[in-house]
Design a protein around this ligand. Structure first.
Ligand code: XLS
Ligand code: NI
Ligand code: NI
Length: 435
């Protein structure tokens, strides 16, 4: 039985095709810089957006048609969704997926019942993974939807809520471990605050770090080898979120001795909400050796919230792939489409159009980035720009061999420095040669 009878298996047909259910650029087995496209891009689908997002907005309810879903919070309904999801993955040619505990299984009357429901669904997911070869990119726990987390999870003023959140993380880590997950994400949905009139910031940060240390300890205890990530986001739902951007996350991780245990999972729409470009956020993380994985989406410059749109902008995908190729590719991470259809795109087949477009946009970004690297002109320009540090005084500065006193003497004798142009416009034109 098919849940998407109108959708064929999506295949690569090349740029000339008129078939909307075909890839124009994503050719899974095509080799770029010595690896296949599938190996470079490591696409994943988000269970929450594909299977649970009803496409509501603050002004109206959900529009998504999900004829397979009886809307009940039962294990049976949850198990049925697994079949639907795996048909979707198969037809789309996506090898990986990500979930929150509460996406895959219902939250029931008490924690024990919710844990038992989770275990049942995990059993089925495991069987489906085994039958299809699909993999879990990462799992996570939802510590932001239920009203108990209205004032935070790890940063809640209530120790009982902290404990409940910890219990949920334990169960979600167990699930991720059982499914051979390559990673585990902490997105601090409500780990922030709305007003300092009621908030002890230092204490909340200490608690959040404690929670993450507990997770690190538990990871060792159960022998889970996946990579831990935290996912920066500056606001929404909290006014101020503690993990506001890459730099804030790195500082937090260093301050609490967590950096050896974590990398970052960086999302485009969160970068732009933080007032940064995605490339900036990626480079900040990569420079610290902490770029782990990517939540692939985009925002809307005309709207101020996390619209989670599918990425179609070739400049964006090119810039992302330049950073990914530059760090030697993903190891545990991948490109997870943390993206949802627009409310108007309510038919099941729109799920496919959305992912096909995102996958093709990244395939083109990959090809363009590889061409830019093979050409070498950008690299050469940047290298030349810093050439004064390659020898002589500059090299001695980099090696830490000169004092402020010596530099003062040098500058007094050297006169006014001459500066070469940064050539921004020339380089923008150069980028357009490749797009
Ligand atoms: C929300 C986040 C969330 C995380 C996982 O804005 O992007 O979906 O990726 O909790
Ligand atoms: Ni995300
Ligand atoms: Ni998001």
């Amino acid at each position: 039985m098919s849940f998407f009878p109108n959708v064929p298996k999506i295949r690569f047909e090349g740029p000339q095709t008129r078939n909307p259910f075909a890839f124009r650029h994503y050719d899974a087995d095509a080799v770029v810089e010595g690896k296949t496209m599938a190996e470079h891009l490591r696409f994943a689908a988000a269970y929450w957006h594909c299977m649970r997002n009803e496409l509501s907005d603050p002004f109206g309810g959900g529009t998504a048609l999900m004829p397979w879903d009886d809307k009940s919070s039962t294990v049976d309904n949850a198990l049925k969704r697994v079949d639907v999801f795996f048909e979707f993955l198969d037809k789309c040619g996506i090898d990986r997926y990500c979930f929150h505990d509460r996406d895959i299984a219902p939250e029931l009357n008490n924690l024990a019942a919710s844990n038992a429901a989770l275990e049942k669904v995990v059993e089925k997911l495991g069987a489906m993974q085994k039958a299809t070869g699909k993999k879990l990119l990462w799992g996570t726990a939802c510590l932001f939807s239920h009203p108990r987390y209205a004032q935070g999870g790890g940063t809640s003023p209530s120790a009982d809520v902290f404990a409940y959140g910890a219990a949920q993380i334990k169960a979600a880590m167990d699930a991720t471990h059982a499914l051979g997950g390559e990673g585990y994400v902490f997105w601090g949905g409500r780990e922030g605050y709305a007003t300092l009139l009621n908030t002890d910031m230092k204490r909340e940060l200490d608690h959040l770090a404690r929670l993450l240390h507990l997770a690190v300890d538990y990871k060792k205890a159960i022998g889970f080898k996946g990579q831990f990530y935290i996912e920066p986001k500056p606001r929404e739902p909290s006014t101020h979120q503690y993990d506001s951007d890459s730099a804030a996350c790195l500082n937090f991780l260093r301050e609490y001795n967590l950096l050896p245990h974590f990398k970052l999972n960086i999302e485009t729409n969160h970068a732009t909400l933080a007032g940064h470009t995605m490339r900036h956020e990626l480079v900040v993380a990569a420079s610290a050796g902490a770029l782990g994985s990517i939540d692939a989406n985009r925002g809307d410059t005309l709207l101020g919230w996390d619209t989670d749109q599918f990425p179609t902008d070739l400049y964006l995908t090119t810039e992302i792939m330049l950073v990914v190729l530059g760090m030697g590719g993903f190891t545990t991470g991948g490109l997870n489409f943390d993206a949802k259809r627009r409310r108007e795109s309510h038919e099941p087949e729109d799920l496919f159009h959305a992912h096909v477009g995102g996958m093709d946009a990244f395939a083109r970004g990959l090809k363009i980035a590889a061409a830019i690297r093979a050409d070498g002109r950008f690299d050469e320009f940047v290298k030349q720009r810093y050439a004064s540090f390659d020898s002589g005084l500059g090299a001695r500065i980099e090696k830490g061999e000169v004092t402020l006193q010596e530099l003062s003497e040098y500058a007094l004798g050297n006169g006014e420095p001459t500066l070469a142009s940064g050539r921004q416009e020339m380089l923008e034109n150069l980028l357009n040669e490749f797009i």
